[in-house]
Design a protein around this ligand. Structure first.
Ligand code: M6R
Length: 369
């Protein structure tokens, strides 16, 4: 059932081209218009939404953080992303024009379920992005958009994460279509870029040996830091979470711009630092800012491990190691840049002899608050 892979986690990492392709499947008509029929919220109501609040925990919350950049850019609707358990125990401001988007692989996470129930009581509309058909959160929500990643067995979430990002992007494009924020040609172009993602993930998987070699050489690391900006920031957070969960190594993700406000004090000789670099073809200032951040940590002795786009010639001189991912628009980059970090964590934990599918102290679905 592991399909010849040593662990479910590795199998699920390699399932990702299919997870993204299947989540995209059948969502648009022949003219390229999105048809999210399963949503069950009347389009007129969705058109009136004034605010979106994403509720989730763990990896699913990082998918929400990625989605914020895309949905705000495409739909010009403010998007807040909040951990379900934090939302639930304050006095959040939501009303009938607030759309709550919960994201959960299992659909059974108690923290998220309680937050959704609470938001519903306050009159908000609730939409669930979920990977498990018929589970509790989608059942209790007004609307549902299923991710089609297939069952995820390993405790550490991988393919569900990429499928969640894909689903939130479909939602963002649907809202932009409904509200007239994007022209149909623009939506078609983005859908075409999304359709190319599975083959690009496959290209990364085909080169996984480079990442595994690095991971094995770093099995004795005591701490690994991850930096990113913009959509690369939640990718950095996710890279750190994977390493904590399955390799039991201290890992932190930071917004690269935050370095000089504190975290740079952590850098000493030999400290490994992964840096997720945005496309040099995207907003120019973003790329050059991240390249400066690589230089800053390197000057203080960091071992810089860089994820950059094919053809990015600016990073080589400042990196101990570079892994190139295929070109894609900046907003879609997390669907590629996350994959090497997943492989890294999986291989490093395996090298340490840990059971990557059943990490200590963790359960696949957290059904208690
Ligand atoms: O089933 P859910 O998506 O609601 O689960 C949320 C988190 O518990 C989950 O993502 C957790 O952080 C994973 N172990 C991450 O790999």
């Amino acid at each position: 059932e592991k399909g010849g892979f040593p662990s479910f986690m590795e199998k699920e990492i390699f399932d990702q081209p299919a997870a993204v392709a299947d989540t995209l499947l059948g969502r648009a008509d022949a003219e390229g218009r999105l048809t999210l029929d399963e949503l069950r919220i009347e389009p007129e109501k969705l058109a009136k939404i004034t605010k979106i609040v994403v509720l989730a925990c763990g990896t699913s919350a990082y998918a929400g953080s990625v989605a914020k950049y895309a949905i705000e850019s495409w739909c010009r609707i403010p998007v807040e992303v909040e951990l379900s358990h934090e939302f639930r125990y304050r006095e959040p401001i939501v009303d009938k024009n607030t759309l709550i988007v919960s994201i959960s692989q299992s659909g059974e996470t108690m923290d998220t379920l309680m937050a959704v129930r609470y938001a519903k009581e306050q009159g908000a509309k609730t939409l669930s992005i979920c990977n498990t058909n018929g589970s509790t959160i989608p059942r209790e929500s007004d609307a549902v958009l299923y991710t089609h990643a297939g069952p995820e067995i390993a405790v550490a979430s991988t393919k569900a994460f990429l499928a969640q990002i894909t689903a939130t992007y479909l939602l963002g494009l649907y809202l932009a279509q409904l509200r007239g924020n994007l022209f149909s040609g623009q939506i078609k172009d983005i859908l075409a870029d999304l359709a190319k993602i599975p083959a690009k993930i496959q290209d990364i998987l085909d080169r996984s040996g480079e990442i595994k070699d690095l991971a094995r050489s770093m099995a004795e690391s005591k701490s690994v830091l991850f930096l990113g900006r913009h959509v690369g920031y939640p990718v950095a957070m996710e890279g750190a979470l994977k390493l904590k969960e399955i390799a039991y190594i201290h890992a932190e993700g930071f917004a690269a711009g935050e370095l000089k406000h504190g975290p740079i004090a952590l850098i000493e000789e030999g400290q490994p630092v992964f840096v997720v670099v945005p496309s040099p073809r995207g907003r120019d200032s973003l790329h050059s800012k991240v390249v400066s951040n690589i230089q800053e940590v390197r000057a203080r002795g960091a071992k810089t491990l860089v994820i950059a786009e094919n053809g990015d010639s600016a990073v080589k001189d400042y990196s101990e190691w570079v892994f190139y991912v295929p070109e894609t628009p900046t907003l879609l980059m997390p669907l590629l840049a996350t994959v090497p970090l997943q492989i890294f964590a999986c291989e490093l934990a395996t090298a340490k002899g840990y059971d990557v599918d059943q990490p200590r102290n963790l359960a696949k679905s957290v059904t208690v608050e």
